[in-house]
Design a protein around this ligand. Structure first.
Ligand code: C2E
Ligand code: MG
Ligand code: MG
Length: 725
């Protein structure tokens, strides 16, 4: 026996010549030979003995040779057709030889894998194992070993390695953090992305550092408890969002998807899942939520959030038996400022007023912007009405402080309506409505004041709210119409003009006169589109009469101060004239006197612009507005209309008679024509004629009538005075 016995592989020759102990020598030897021969020739793989020479001369190859190499054993035996090295893949030859020689030098077995060129031309992976055989001198003279085809195993290993490599790659390169954790909160495994999300350089650092996930990671440790609960109850958690700490202590948002991994007994072994950072998404979401609940200009809560807050406040007040006040704050004449000074000034005013309001209330109160120039205050925890009154007075004062704009100081005021919980209503909407109604009342009694809601308010004010909504709808549905009232020249007795007076015809309702909706239209700004409609309609009607060959007359259209202060008025009038085809001289615009006195300089400019178009300008309701003579002299006015309140009693009230006479002579001294409005009787007419008034308008001659009736009057006039015009 030689030394190789110790390695477990023994030389073939030795085995072949060995005896089975205790068996008869001849029979034993025979059996053993037969057994070995059977074994060797049936082995899958090739047993060989090979000289340690240049050409690996084969001394023995088993029958497996054919299966392994495609060559018959005889072809390889004694290198009959070539040597074994030739069918070894050229790239592997040196390595194989080295492995064998190294092993021999170490006196140990060799074990090597390499590629073999099968006779069929294909490459096979083989595994060879063997030992050196020594001569008597103790030098290696041959090798004996076994070669097995491992192509399939190799392919399977490759596939496995490849799969493993791919999963590794996913794990290593995923942008999502991937983890495995124990139920008691330690990391078993983490990928680089997870490490980086939590602020660690490597997964190993993270695993080493985070040993108590619940407290080290979650800002609110309850979240981890909830996570574990979900795992226990459902075995998974989806889009589980939490606030967590980064290593540096900063806080951010993550979303986890995870499942519980159980062993065959159903025991939870660990959790595994993914983590993504969602801070940016959260921020965006919060931003959207903020935008949806706040006014973009002032940053105050909007209507939606207001209702929410009010509900909460009411809820708390109900529990504690406290009073809540809801105050509806509406700036007075905001539309005028916004329209005349421009939107950017209007915006600044709203911002400043929002700030003033905020400064008046405590932190637990709410200031919301309801829209436009309307703000709502929720005053929580009020002792009683007297306390609320004090607070509201403070608000009125704060708003009334002079307000500086680019062009000077303005005094702004507001009207406030207040409702109280629980006295005026139980729910948020009811309280808001009551405060709204009370605010309308405050506007009515003169602005810059406040009103508490009273039940009597309900009826009248609800009408007013309905009017505002109805007007909007009326515009869309074309529910407005114009009546025309003739203006008659006293000297000739002829119709020289018509005043266009608007009416509102709602379906199934009586005709609504302008006094019942113009104020609301002005308050809501709807006067602008309504006024534009009236202007166009009147011009179109006038040109239609002219086209019918009727004697041309001037049509007068009333302008609201709101329209007048808008920057685009002159252009609007010019457009309307151009588009309807009416010459400017057949249009007159009426402005009420009280308004003209408010902002003389700007109004003068606008009037000059209109005058330049060629239209006429009349001062309406003259005598009620205390105009100073100097203004009248400067303004390019054509006509004064004596207010009908002086005309009414002109024959009985000496004061009214004196005022009427004064207006007539004042007008004439300024070269203006004077019209008496509201002339109902012959006596009034005679008074006017006697004092040199130029024209009259009133029921005495005709009520305001439909365009068709007015047309009939013009026709009669044409036929009565064939040469007139
Ligand atoms: P106003 O411009 O002073 O119009 C004259 C008003 O006196 C009209 O009332 C007319 O119907 C009425 N009236 C005419 N003759 C007599 C009379 O002999 N006796 C009496 N008691 N009244 C007479 P109406 O149509 O109700 O209009 C009221 C006001 O509504 C107008 O006063 C005007 O300021 C405003 N208005 C009418 N149409 C428009 C419009 O299209 N735009 C604007 N902004 N305001 C308009
Ligand atoms: Mg008028
Ligand atoms: Mg008038």
């Amino acid at each position: 026996m030689n030394s190789q016995a110790a390695t477990g592989i023994r030389p073939l020759a030795g085995i072949l010549s060995e005896q089975i102990p205790g068996a008869p020598r001849e029979a034993g030897l025979l059996d053993r030979n037969r057994l070995l021969t059977t074994l060797i020739s049936n082995l899958v793989g090739m047993i060989y003995r090979c000289r340690l020479d240049e050409n690996w001369t084969m001394e023995f190859v088993s029958d497996g040779c054919f299966e392994l190499t495609g060559y018959a054993p005889e072809e390889l035996l004694l290198n009959a057709r070539g040597n074994y090295e030739q069918i070894t893949h050229p790239d592997d030859r040196a390595r194989v030889r080295r492995a064998i020689l190294d092993a021999l030098a170490r006196n140990s077995q060799y074990d090597v894998e390499y590629r073999l060129l099968h006779c069929d031309g294909c490459l096979r992976w083989v595994w060879e194992r063997g030992v050196g055989v020594m001569n008597r001198a103790g030098e290696p003279e041959a090798i004996e070993g076994f070669i097995q085809d491992i192509t399939q195993r190799h392919a399977a290993d490759d596939a496995l390695r490849e799969t493993e490599r791919r999963y590794r790659s996913i794990f290593e390169h995923a942008t999502e953090g991937i983890f495995q954790t124990t139920p008691d909160g330690r990391y078993i495994n983490a990928n680089p992305a997870l490490a980086s999300i939590y602020g660690y350089a490597t997964p190993a650092e993270l695993i080493a550092d985070l040993s108590d996930i619940q407290h080290q990671l979650y800002v609110d440790p309850e979240r981890r408890r909830e996570f574990v609960r979900l795992m226990r109850q459902y075995g998974y958690a989806r889009n589980f969002e939490s606030h967590v700490f980064r290593r540096d202590g900063s806080i951010f948002w993550i979303s986890e998807n995870a499942r519980a991994v159980r062993d065959e007994n159903g025991e939870v072994q660990f959790y595994e899942g993914t983590v993504v950072e969602i801070t940016e998404r959260k921020r965006y979401q919060e931003e959207l939520e903020y935008q949806a609940s706040h006014d973009s200009l002032t940053g105050l809560p909007n209507r939606a959030l207001l209702v929410d807050r009010l509900k909460q406040t009411i809820h708390a007040a109900r529990r504690d038996g406290r009073v809540v006040a809801v105050a509806f704050v509406d700036l007075d004449h905001f539309k005028l400022i916004n329209d005349s000074l421009g939107h950017h000034v209007g915006d600044r005013l709203l911002l400043d007023m929002a700030e003033r309001l905020r400064a008046c209330v405590r932190s637990q109160d709410t200031v919301a912007r309801q829209g436009g120039d309307e703000f709502v205050l929720i005053l929580a925890d009020q002792p009683d009405e007297a306390g609320v009154t004090m607070l509201i007075r403070r608000v009125l004062e704060a708003v009334a402080q002079p307000w500086a704009a680019e062009h000077g100081e303005y005094s702004i005021s507001c009207s406030i309506g207040v409702s109280l919980f629980p006295r005026d209503g139980k729910g948020a909407e009811a309280l808001l409505k009551c405060a709204d109604l009370a605010m309308f009342k405050a506007k009515d009694i003169g602005r810059n004041t406040f009103q508490f809601f009273t039940p009597e308010l309900n009826g009248a004010m609800i009408d007013r709210l309905e009017v505002a909504n109805g007007l909007r709808r009326g515009l869309e549905r074309n529910e407005f119409l114009l009546h025309y009232q003739p203006r008659v020249d006293l000297a000739s007795g002829r119709i020289v003009g018509a005043e266009a007076l608007i009416r509102w015809q709602r379906p199934d309702q009586a005709l609504t006169p302008p006094g019942q909706f113009i104020p609301v239209a002005e308050e809501t700004g709807l006067i602008v589109p309504i006024g534009a409609w009236a202007l166009r309609e009147a011009c179109a009607q006038n040109i239609a009469w002219q086209a019918m060959g009727l004697p041309p007359i001037v049509v007068s259209v009333n302008l609201s101060p709101i329209q007048f202060r808008r920057a685009g008025l002159v252009a609007e009038v010019a457009n309307t004239l151009r588009e309807t085809g009416l010459e400017a001289r057949w249009l007159e615009l009426e402005l009420t006197e009280s308004f003209i006195m408010q902002d003389a300089e700007r109004i003068n400019q606008a009037m000059a612009g209109l005058k330049a178009l060629g239209v006429e300008i009349a001062v309406d309701d003259f005598g009620t507005g205390y105009s100073s003579l100097s203004y009248l002299k400067r303004f390019p006015v054509d006509r004064l209309k004596i207010d009908k309140s002086f005309v009414q009693d002109v024959n009985h009230d000496p004061d009214d008679a004196a005022i009427a006479r004064a207006i007539i002579s004042l007008g004439h001294s300024l070269n203006l024509r004077v019209v008496a409005e509201g002339v109902e009787t012959e006596a009034q007419l005679e008074f006017m004629r006697a004092h040199g008034c130029d024209e009259i308008q009133g029921y005495f001659f005709s009520r305001p009538v439909l365009a068709t009736e007015f047309e009939a009057m013009l026709l009669r006039q044409r036929d009565d005075y064939p040469f007139g015009g």
